[in-house]
Design a protein around this ligand. Sequence first.
Ligand SMILES: Nc1ncnc2c1ncn2[C@@H]1O[C@H](COP(=O)(O)OP(=O)(O)OP(=O)(O)O)[C@@H](O)[C@H]1O
Length: 562
Amino acid sequence: MVKRLWNLGKTERWKMWVQLLGQWLSELLVVSIVWAGSQWILLDKVNPIWYWIIGLQLLVTLIYLLAIRKINKNGWAVAASRDLQDRYLNAYLKSSDSSSDVMLILHQDLRTLKSVAIFFDTIIPTILQLILTGVVVIVVTLVIHPISLLIPVAGILLLGMGMGMLQGLGDKTNLAYIKSFNHMGQRFLDDFLGMSTLIMNGRQHHYAKDFKNDSENFRQKTMGVLEYQLQSLTIMDFCLYGTIGFFLLAQGHAVIAGSLTLTSAIGLSTLTAIWLIDFRKFGYFIHVFVSTLPKIKHLFTVIDDATEMDSSKSNQISKVNKIDFSGEFGYHQTLFSINEMTLVPGELVGLTGPSGSGKSTLAKTMMQQISLLSGQIKLNDETNLNKIDPLSWFKHVGYLGPTTVLFDGTIEDNLLLGSQFPNWQQRLIDLKLCQFVNDLPKGFKTPVGENGAQLSPGQRQQIAVARAILSDKDVFIFDEVTSNIDPENADMILDVIKHLAKDKIVLLITHRLADLRQLSKLYLINQQKLVMGDFDSLQQNVPKFKQLVSEQETLLKEAGLK
Ligand SMILES: Nc1ncnc2c1ncn2[C@@H]1O[C@H](COP(=O)(O)OP(=O)(O)OP(=O)(O)O)[C@@H](O)[C@H]1O
């Protein structure tokens, strides 16, 4: 996974190398100045090589700080984050349905996308800087006083062991914290939402006690996490600052013993201290990074799933003239099966059945949101739907469900979202759709309000149907579009759908009696099978259909609508 992250934003990666070089040389400049300064103060003369080293470091540092840093700032981090974001969003759009669970995951993923930049602008440069300084420390120490190298190496090993031991404890502490947080959140919400019921029943004191216990439990778990984090910091500090202290003592001892000059001891100590302080920074960043890793892994899973889907669904189609269905439909278990069903332009086909029988499942399968359990949906007698790229398929198919989605803007903005019609107003007149707009003072420029709040449900549905029709697809699926609106608007929309079906493939999913009566080709999901007929034949031959009809008639009578 680290390799995959490394490969993101490749073309801009050189900017990180420039940034790294600038940062690294400015860090080493401090060491060079201290080392040369100590020679100047203690020996009254400076080795000429320092002039060259300091001069070069100073030049690079100044160029970096004054010119490059401004232009180059985090160039790779920005490009790599954008690269990951593009790949993720592309994959997400290909594979999404818009259920609330998916929206929740999307929110989490977007947060991860924001936080992933730390990898490119901080963690990688810190690791590389650590390696570069490490090489300098090793080479210089081996040349000047090899035995001194043992101390930082031992300190780093000790640090690794300490952090490794804490890791296991950390997972347990974090899990306990998350559990108590979830529990507390649920309890709080339950109590809060049901407060008036609790008060009416005089039970608020009992729940207050529960709530108090939960908060105490939560407080303790939170303190546990804080304690653990402090312990980790203490161990890191103990190992690294302890190593620096011990190194200084050892250097002092070497100077007294005469095996090291004082100026070399000062130089080596400064260099090693800087290296160990970088380790301290790295320890913190890696902790942040490790906790983000599972979330980043999820982003790559979404991307990989979509890539896999892409390679198996690479076909395109120019026009849909025929759709044949055969197979089993459902989520994990078969809801119903189809032996044979064909949709062609020129005939309106209805689909009905009891609630939960799987009508919307068929629509979702056609929209490629779920897969067939077995069998196939064949297009134009030649291509299997599951081999068609979803984005290409959506150019040919339009779905409209019972819930209308309108966007804050004018009626015209909403109608023309996906419009292919240059002469769209004439098309609406021909269809006798959205005629209510003529009575509005601002006509098509009337604002609809958030999600169409300024319009009636029937008017909203007319706009949604009109928008679907103006997008000029080959195939239309209308799922209960006449169900939740007044009979007058529902009749008008049914007329429009019938008109549309004269030259388009149209499937109307409905249980509304007035619709069912007018459909000459009607499929009923009955006992997990599809039965075909028209209103009269189904009523005669299928008791379940007869029952559905009589239930609806009773409801209509009770509502005074019949
Ligand atoms: N995402 C899902 N995962 C698993 N099962 C689901 C999912 N969505 C729906 N179902 C189940 O599939 C079955 C059929 O649902 P579907 O929405 O297709 O029925 P329907 O005939 O359209 O019903 P209605 O007329 O009430 O809208 C139901 O039992 C439902 O609980």
